[in-house]
Design a protein. Structure first.
Lengths: 69, 158
């Protein structure tokens, strides 16, 4: 199972930069970039903060997909 | 390029280790070869290296003070035991540091035994041992740097 997200899409729809979103959820811009690239799976608390900041239900922001064996 | 010289960059520790290595080599040389009193070339070199070490300490302290003024929420301690290059601003940076320290652990798990065997078999001199320790130290910081590189790579907004 691989974690996917549409953080970048939701962020750009709201016209936010990575830095601005980082300030809203109390993380660095680099961490926002890692999440968007799928290089880092955020904690539940951070995922909930992102969902709130981006006005998007958490299950629409993050989801799991089967990985090909 | 700016990130390359950031206070969070292991470059500072590499510079400090290099200065220390030069001082150690000069002390070793002076102990082994110099019987003369006064200012021999090795002693002059030692003083120059010591002056460079003091200059480094002043610049490093100024860089930390500047960083602390710009980042009051993430202050670094000049005298503390936590190295400045450890990234722990948030969970993403802690993940990067965890991956980098795991790389360093793996590096030491083979580099230390190999060095011990090499020293034992080669009957290394004081210079040899100092050089091996310096190479180990360089490897340590370069391995860590390679691990935290993604945090330095992410320098611009996307």
């Amino acid at each position: 199972m691989t974690l996917h997200n549409k953080v970048r899409q939701a962020r750009t729809q709201l016209g936010l930069t990575q830095s601005e979103l980082g300030v809203k959820v109390s993380v660095t811009r680099q961490t926002v970039a890692f999440i968007e690239k799928g290089e880092f799976a955020p904690s539940v608390a951070l995922a909930l903060r992102l969902a709130k900041a981006l006005n998007t239900p958490i299950n629409e922001l993050f989801w799991l997909e089967e990985t090909a064996q | 390029m700016k990130q390359f010289f950031s206070i969070k960059s292991p470059l500072w520790q590499i510079l400090a280790a290099t200065l220390l290595y030069v001082v150690v080599l000069l002390i070793t040389y002076d102990k082994q070869h110099s019987t003369a009193e006064g200012f021999t070339p090795a002693r002059i070199g030692m003083f120059v290296a010591a002056a460079l070490a003091i200059l480094y300490s002043i610049i490093y302290t100024m860089a930390i003070t500047r960083y602390n003024k710009r980042n009051p929420h993430d202050k670094l301690s000049i005298t503390g035991v936590k190295p400045a290059e450890i990234r722990d601003e948030d969970e993403g940076m802690r993940m990067i540091t965890a991956r980098a320290t795991e790389r360093v652990y793996r590096y030491h798990s083979f580099a230390l035994p190999l060095s011990m065997v090499f020293i034992a078999l080669s009957d290394a001199s004081a210079y040899g041992v100092s050089t091996i320790l310096f190479i180990l130290t360089l490897g340590h910081y370069l391995t860590f740097w390679r691990g935290v590189w993604p945090a330095f790579r992410e320098t611009s907004e996307e």
